[in-house]
Each structure stands twice: as C-alpha cells, then as structure tokens.
Design a protein around this ligand. Structure first.
Ligand code: HEC
Ligand code: HEC
Ligand code: HEC
Ligand code: HEC
Ligand code: HEC
Ligand code: HEC
Ligand code: HEC
Ligand code: HEC
Ligand code: HEC
Ligand code: HEC
Ligand code: HEC
Length: 489
C-alpha cells in the first residue's frame, strides 16, 4: 500500500498538481484498466451482466459475481478476475481465452498496485476499494469524521470543488446524508428487536439523542475533534416512567452492556418485576422475551393467572401492552371494567362476556337488582355478596370466578338454587330460569290457615295488609312486601 494521506497543509498544496504517469507507473482503473476491460462489457455490462458481474464500473469489477466472494482482491493471485482469463486455464467461453496481455495488465494492477483507482499524489491506491485500509470511508473515520477536510478540495457542497472530483456521483444525497453512514436500522445488539418491529417499534430517539445534522455536537464530532465510540445511549420516554418512586433506583442507564432502571423491562415495578429486568444488549435472545422476563406472570400480588379476564385489552389482545398504563378491564371504567355494563357492575356482562340469563354468571341478577315486577324494593349486591370498596379490596380478586355468594343464602351452584333465604320461603327457583317466582310460588295466595280463607280475593288483602296491597289488589309501590317483616294487624 502507498503511504497514508499526508498532512492537511500538503494536501491543500497538492490539490491541483499534475498526476504522475509514465512507463514505470502503476496502471490505474481510470487510465488503463477501464479501457482494457471495455470489450468484456458486451456480456459483463448492461442491465443484466453475465453471472451478475459488471465490469463497467470500478466497484462492479471489484465486487462479487456468481457468489459472495469479491472477484478482485488486492494482492490475491487467485482472484477470479485473473483466473477467468488465465491463458493457461481460461474460464468457459471463447471470450475468456487468448487474453494474455490483459491478464498481464490485470495481474500487475491487482498484485503490485493495490487495484489503484486513479493516479493520485493525494489519495492512496485503495481510496475506492472498500476492502482496502486506504478506503476513503476508513480514512474519514480515522480522521474523526471531519468531512470539512474533504470539502476543502471537493467543494463545500461536495460537488467537485477544486479537486474536480465529485462525491455526489456516488453519494447522490451528499456524503453528509444520514444514509451514507447509516444503512437503515443498525443490526447490532438488540436493535432489531426494538426498532421497526410492527407498530410497537421504538424510534431511535427513545435511546439516543438523534442529530439533525451530521456535525451536531456529540454525534460524531465533539469539541472540534472526533467523538470516539461507543455511541451515546440516553433513554427517554417510557423508559423514564416512574410508578412508585420507592421502586426506582435511579434514572434509566445503559452501563456495562446492560440496561438498568428501565420501566419497559419491569425494573421499576417493584415486587411485580420479572426474572430478566436488567437485560443485556448483546445477548438478547432471538424472538420476543418470555412473559415472565419483565414481570411475574402473574405478579406475586395476583391470585390468578387468567390474564385476559382482568386485562382484556393487554398483551393477550395485542393492544395497549407496554404503553405505560396498567390496563385493568375494558369497556367502561371503575367497577364495570371487568363485569357489568354502563349502569351497574352487576352482570350482564359476566366475567366471560356472557349477556344471557341462561349463563350462571348472569342469571337473575337484573330481576333482583331492578325488581321490575315490583315484588320488592331493588335488592343490593350486599344482600348476596361481600362488596369490595376498591378493586383491590381483600376477598375480591381472589380468583376469576365463581364469585363468592353470602353463606347465609345457602347457594348451591349445581342446581343454581338458594336454600335458606327468607325471600323464597321453601321454594327454590333456579337462578338461570325465568318465570319461577310468580305469585304463589313463595307462599300460597292467600296462605292456608286462619285468619285466611280460601274465598279471599286479592282485593280483600288490603283489609289486613294495608301497607302491602291496595284495594284493587295491587302491590303498593315502595310498599312493605318482601321487606323481611310480615305486615299484618
Ligand atoms: C460472450 C460473453 C462474455 C464475454 C465477452 C466475457 N465473458 Fe466473462 N463470463 C461469461 C459467462 C457466461 C461467464 C460464466 C462462466 C461459467 O460460469 O462457466 C463468465 C464468467 C466470468 C468471470 C467469473 C465471474 C464469477 O463471479 O463467477 C470472470 C471474472 C469473467 N467472466 C471475466 C471476463 C473478462 C475479464 C472478460 C473480458 C476479457 C469477459 N469475462 C468477457 C461471459 C462472457
Ligand atoms: C488536497 C485536496 C484533497 C483533499 C483534502 C481531499 N481530496 Fe479527495 N481528491 C482530490 C483530488 C484532486 C481527487 C481527484 C484525483 C486526484 O487528482 O488525486 C480526489 C479524489 C477523491 C476520490 C475519488 C473520486 C473520483 O470519483 O475520482 C475520493 C473517493 C476522494 N477523493 C475522497 C476524499 C475524502 C473522503 C476526503 C476527506 C477525507 C478527501 N477526498 C480529501 C483532492 C483532495
Ligand atoms: C465512486 C463512488 C464514490 C465516490 C465518488 C465517493 N464515495 Fe464515499 N463511499 C463509496 C462507497 C462504495 C462506500 C461504502 C458504502 C458501504 O460500505 O456500504 C462509501 C462510503 C463513504 C462513507 C461512509 C463510511 C462509513 O464507514 O460509514 C463516507 C462518509 C463517504 N463515503 C464519504 C465520501 C466523500 C466525502 C466523498 C467525496 C470526497 C466520497 N465519499 C466519494 C463510494 C464513493
Ligand atoms: C432500545 C434502545 C435503542 C434504540 C431504540 C436504538 N438504539 Fe442504537 N444503540 C443502543 C445501544 C444500547 C447501543 C450500544 C451502545 C454501546 O455499545 O455502548 C446502540 C448503538 C448504536 C450505534 C453505534 C453502532 C452500533 O451499531 O452499535 C448507532 C450508530 C446506533 N445505535 C444508531 C441507532 C439508530 C439510527 C437508531 C434508530 C433507527 C437506534 N440506534 C435505535 C440502543 C438503542
Ligand atoms: C459521516 C458518517 C455519518 C453521518 C453522515 C451520520 N452519522 Fe450518525 N453516526 C455515525 C457514527 C460513526 C456513529 C457512532 C458514533 C459513536 O460511536 O460514538 C453514529 C451515531 C449515531 C447515532 C447514535 C447516537 C450517537 O450520537 O452516538 C444516531 C442516532 C445517529 N448516528 C443518527 C444519525 C442521523 C439522524 C444522521 C443524519 C442527520 C446521521 N447520524 C449522520 C456516522 C454518521
Ligand atoms: C383477577 C383479576 C386479575 C387477573 C386474573 C390478572 N390480573 Fe394483573 N392486575 C390486576 C389488577 C386489579 C391490577 C392493578 C393492581 C394495582 O393497581 O395495585 C393488576 C396489575 C398487573 C400488573 C402491573 C404490576 C402490578 O402488580 O401492579 C401486571 C404486570 C399484571 N397485572 C400482569 C398480569 C398477568 C401477566 C396476568 C396473567 C398471568 C394477570 N395480571 C392476571 C388484576 C388481575
Ligand atoms: C419487555 C418487557 C415485557 C414483556 C416481555 C412482557 N410484558 Fe407484560 N407488561 C410489561 C410492562 C412494563 C407492563 C406494565 C403496564 C404497561 O406499561 O402497559 C406490563 C403489563 C402487562 C399486563 C397488564 C395489562 C396491561 O397491558 O397493562 C399484562 C396482562 C401483561 N403485561 C401480560 C404479558 C404477557 C402475557 C406477556 C408475554 C406474552 C408479557 N406481558 C410480556 C412489560 C412486559
Ligand atoms: C340475589 C343475589 C345476588 C345479587 C343481589 C347480586 N348477585 Fe352477583 N351473583 C349472584 C349469584 C348467585 C352469582 C353466581 C355465583 C356462581 O357462579 O357460583 C353471582 C355472580 C356474580 C359475579 C360473577 C359473574 C361470573 O361471571 O362468574 C359477579 C361479578 C357479581 N355477581 C357481581 C354482582 C354485583 C356487582 C352485584 C350488585 C350490583 C351483584 N352481583 C348482586 C347473586 C347475586
Ligand atoms: C379487574 C377486574 C375487576 C374490576 C375492575 C372489578 N371487579 Fe369485581 N370481580 C372481578 C372478578 C374476577 C370477580 C370474581 C372473583 C372471585 O373469583 O371470587 C369479581 C367479583 C365481584 C363480586 C362478587 C363477590 C366476589 O368477591 O366474588 C362483586 C360484588 C364485585 N366483583 C364487585 C365489584 C365492585 C364493587 C367493583 C368496583 C370497586 C369491582 N367489582 C371491580 C373482577 C373485577
Ligand atoms: C282478615 C285479615 C286478613 C286478611 C283479609 C288477609 N290476611 Fe294475610 N295475614 C293476616 C294475619 C293476621 C297474618 C299474620 C299471621 C301470623 O303472624 O301467623 C297474615 C299473614 C299473611 C302472610 C304471611 C305468611 C303466613 O302465612 O303467615 C301472607 C303471605 C299473607 N298473610 C297473605 C295474604 C293474602 C295474599 C291475602 C289476600 C288474598 C291476605 N293475606 C288477606 C290477616 C289477613
Ligand atoms: C319471591 C317470593 C314471593 C312472591 C313471588 C310473592 N310473595 Fe308475598 N310475601 C313473600 C314473603 C317472603 C312474605 C313475608 C313478608 C315480607 O317479607 O314482607 C310475603 C308476604 C306477603 C303478604 C303479607 C304482607 C306483607 O307484606 O308482609 C302479602 C299480602 C303478599 N305477600 C302478597 C303477595 C302477592 C299478592 C303475590 C303475587 C302477586 C306475592 N305475594 C308474591 C314472598 C313472596
């Protein structure tokens, strides 16, 4: 290889000097090689070059063809570009035979002259060979990404300048465009798992300060010099979320290859945190992390693991997960989030989403709560259940059903009946049936035995039960029927 680029002062002076040439000089792509390969373009050129090998451009000639191996490698005598036209053993096809002179030229070019791109007193032979230590991208990196240095000769807009050699002939948007150096999402570490995966993909700005321009302070230049690796990681947004200050040890940080104090990974969820809440960036296993890595599945405070009953819009449904809010229930707020509807937390809907009275979770709730036939005043939840004050009240979320029914009612889930309730007397109407609590099912009308007589009509009842019945045989709205106390003279 030729020497590295000289000092800047020398470079500036050399800007317009004539190029070296002459009998002993190295052949270069620009001067001899491109012209010598021109006849090959008949097949190795155009839109579909033979075996994908394009000999019309420098980078094409150096690149691969039928496989992934570069066809021209500086110093490598076994390079395909040489062997294919080796007079002793040319590749198949008449065009490859009898190319002794070309072979000699290319051998000198590749083996002695580092695949020189152009004759230059300024740049090394491999200035355009990505495999060379003299490649301009590597040169630039070693010089602290000082694009200004290049602009001095190649023009402030990199359009050619005094050097009369344009960067934009290859870097169409300019060598200072983001995609010159960043080819899409980095493939290093866990970038792939975080960025651009579905709608949940994280933007670069979640973990990095994203520059507006290549020369923003702290990107690749800092205080007038190159900013050495590694890249700065500054986590913002969700990573910074605090649920309970006591559970946050500090701001989110990336240290020693590991993320710590990051909300997303459950490192600030306290006891609910999972088994891998300080994940390693490099050894992130492929595929989605297991549920128990960020939080318990379920967290230890939980009595049950049927997540979707209480978290129907969470991970199971693919929505609203890891959005900074613990979603409990859906379809309404407060007590109706997991069961009940807009007006009341009582079923329907039940915990499984059922709305018909034939489902045991729904049953005769509304018949009791609204008492539409006026048999009694509406019956509150507390008559049949222990009612939680808040969702997390003890005894409430101790399972996902069946719900506890007050023991005094003698609830028998099999047949769906109550045994010991005052209300139904000895009758045992079934919870999931209708029409089993008509007049006459709880007590006879009129009851047998004095002072009642079989001849008594409904219109007679008011005589002795005036707080219950009116004179035309109807219940008095808000009256004393089924209030737990016989209203009698
Ligand atoms: C008439 C069409 C034609 C011309 C002209 C031609 N080639 Fe080829 N070249 C081919 C074909 C076809 C192959 C694939 C041969 C094979 O796989 O056996 C090939 C293969 C090659 C390969 C191997 C590439 C690889 O990646 O496998 C090299 C190198 C090559 N040619 C160089 C040249 C050079 C140098 C010239 C000019 C002197 C030239 N060819 C002229 C058709 C041509
Ligand atoms: C002192 C002036 C000068 C400086 C500084 C300079 N170049 Fe050049 N560069 C040239 C000249 C002149 C050419 C044309 C070939 C020649 O005459 O050497 C050239 C050619 C090139 C080429 C080949 C392009 C082509 O199409 O021919 C590349 C690539 C290149 N320079 C990259 C860079 C990079 C990257 C930097 C900054 C690190 C840089 N140059 C700094 C003067 C300079
Ligand atoms: C003949 C084509 C060509 C010209 C002209 C050219 N480049 Fe490049 N440049 C390349 C190629 C090819 C790469 C490597 C791309 C890759 O690795 O994917 C590259 C890479 C780069 C990179 C990225 C380095 C990295 O490691 O990410 C920078 C910066 C760059 N060139 C700057 C310049 C500048 C400045 C000029 C003009 C002075 C210039 N280039 C002229 C072809 C060219
Ligand atoms: C979830 C956090 C996260 C996101 C999102 C993220 N990065 Fe990174 N990035 C990192 C970490 C961690 C490193 C490694 C830093 C180290 O090695 O010290 C890194 C390193 C880098 C590096 C240095 C080279 C490398 O590949 O290691 C670049 C460049 C980079 N990121 C660019 C980006 C860009 C561009 C985006 C958006 C497309 C992005 N990052 C999104 C966390 C992230
Ligand atoms: C000349 C090459 C080059 C250009 C142009 C460039 N970057 Fe970078 N960028 C890098 C390198 C190299 C790193 C790694 C820096 C380190 O290791 O400290 C980097 C790092 C980053 C990072 C990680 C955070 C950091 O500062 O370390 C982000 C994000 C990023 N670049 C975005 C961009 C965006 C957006 C643009 C366009 C406005 C851009 N880059 C233009 C070379 C470049
Ligand atoms: C019986 C209802 C119920 C079930 C079933 C349930 N959760 Fe929860 N979960 C809750 C409630 C209520 C909260 C909110 C607790 C609070 O505010 O203190 C919660 C909170 C959470 C939190 C936030 C951290 C915390 O403890 O506050 C996570 C994570 C969570 N649940 C995961 C799960 C997973 C995973 C499952 C299934 C394996 C599950 N839950 C099953 C009711 C339930
Ligand atoms: C990368 C970390 C991470 C992984 C992996 C993860 N979770 Fe979570 N999960 C969280 C965080 C953080 C919360 C706290 C609430 C929020 O921000 O949405 C949460 C909350 C929940 C909740 C409560 C409801 C909600 O969405 O708020 C459920 C249920 C849940 N996760 C289930 C799962 C299941 C099931 C899996 C596996 C398929 C899983 N999680 C994997 C981080 C994770
Ligand atoms: C007349 C008695 C009674 C009243 C009043 C009553 N419930 Fe129930 N509730 C039951 C019975 C019986 C079940 C079924 C228990 C079983 O499945 O074993 C039940 C079940 C439930 C269930 C579980 C549903 C399921 O899917 O398993 C919830 C939730 C519930 N009731 C809430 C309420 C609320 C809230 C109120 C007041 C607004 C209320 N109940 C009023 C008797 C009643
Ligand atoms: C996170 C979902 C969820 C929310 C929100 C919720 N419940 Fe429940 N509720 C349940 C589950 C699950 C059961 C069944 C518990 C069991 O198996 O005992 C239940 C059962 C009940 C029962 C029957 C008695 C029992 O404990 O089994 C009543 C009454 C009740 N809830 C009232 C309420 C009230 C009042 C609120 C508002 C303070 C409320 N619920 C909010 C999930 C929820
Ligand atoms: C002549 C007065 C009188 C009339 C009329 C009367 N009741 Fe009664 N009823 C009573 C008395 C007194 C008691 C209380 C008996 C006791 O405490 O043993 C009673 C008790 C009841 C009870 C409570 C259960 C029981 O057997 O003790 C029911 C039910 C009842 N009456 C229904 C009716 C109906 C229905 C009518 C109209 C068809 C009616 N009564 C008409 C006097 C009357
Ligand atoms: C769900 C069971 C049930 C049904 C159905 C029922 N009753 Fe009663 N009734 C009772 C109970 C229990 C009492 C005992 C007193 C009390 O708790 O108010 C009673 C008491 C009465 C009394 C006595 C006055 C009083 O209020 O104590 C009258 C009158 C009465 N019922 C009339 C009727 C009539 C008329 C019908 C049909 C339209 C009817 N009942 C249907 C359960 C029922």
């Amino acid at each position: 290889m030729r020497g590295p680029i000289l000092t800047l002062t020398l470079l500036m002076a050399a800007c317009s000097e004539p190029r070296p040439s002459g009998p002993g000089a190295c052949p270069s792509w620009q001067r001899e090689v491109a012209a010598a390969l021109a006849p090959c373009a008949e097949c190795h050129g155009g839109a579909t070059p033979a075996v994908g090998y394009d000999l019309t451009t420098y980078l094409g000639a150096l690149g691969p063809g039928s496989d992934d191996t570069a066809n021209a490698i500086a110093g490598d005598a076994s390079s395909r570009l040489l062997s294919a036209i080796d007079p002793a053993a040319p590749a198949a096809g008449a065009a490859h035979a009898g190319q002794g002179a070309l072979h000699a030229l290319l051998a000198r070019w590749a083996l002695d002259c580092e695949l020189t791109y152009l004759d230059s007193s300024i740049h090394p032979a491999g200035v355009l060979d990505p495999a060379s230590a003299g490649f301009h991208g590597i040169e630039l990196r070693d010089r602290g990404w000082d694009l200004g240095l290049c602009a001095g000769c190649h023009g402030a807009d990199f359009g050619g300048g005094a050097a009369d050699a344009s960067c934009t002939s290859c870097h169409a948007r300019g060598p200072d465009a983001c995609d010159t150096c960043h080819d899409g999402v980095p493939t290093t570490g866990a970038h792939g798992a975080h960025v651009g995966v579905g709608s949940a993909g994280l933007a670069c700005v979640t973990c990095h300060r994203v520059p507006q321009s290549w020369d923003d302070e702290g990107h690749i230049r800092r205080a007038g010099a190159g900013d050495p690796p590694p890249a700065e990681v500054e986590m913002t947004g969700l990573a910074e979320l605090t649920v309970d200050a006591a559970d946050r040890a500090g701001p989110p940080v990336f240290e020693a290859g590991t993320c710590r104090n990051v909300y997303c990974h459950g490192d600030v969820l306290g006891a609910a945190g999972g088994a891998a809440r300080q994940p390693s960036w490099a050894s992130d296993p492929p595929g989605p992390a297991s549920c128990a890595s960020c939080h318990g599945a379920p967290p230890p405070s939980h009595a049950d693991d049927h997540c979707s009953v209480c978290h129907p819009s969470g991970a199971a449904a693919g929505a609203a997960h890891l959005d900074g809010v613990t979603d409990v229930g859906t379809g309404g707020s407060g007590c109706s989030a997991c069961h009940g509807g807009a007006d009341s937390p009582a079923p329907p809907r039940d915990l499984s989403g059922n709305v018909f009275t034939t489902a045991i979770g729904v049953g005769a709730h509304q018949a009791h709560l609204r008492a539409p036939a006026g048999l009694s005043a509406p019956i509150a939840c507390g008559s049949c259940h222990q009612v939680p004050v808040v969702v997390t009240s003890a005894g409430h979320l101790d399972g996902v059903g069946p719900a506890e029914v007050n023991a005094a009612l003698g609830w028998d889930r099999g047949p769906g009946t109550c045994a010991t309730a005052w209300c139904h007397g000895t009758a045992q109407p079934r919870w999931t049936f209708t029409g089993e609590a008509a007049c006459g099912t709880c007590h006879a009308v009129p009851p047998s035995g004095a002072p009642h007589t079989a001849a008594m009509a409904l219109t007679d009842c008011a005589t002795c039960h005036p707080a219950t019945m009116d004179a035309i045989g109807r219940f008095i709205p808000g009256g004393a029927h089924l209030d737990g106390d016989v209203d009698a003279p």
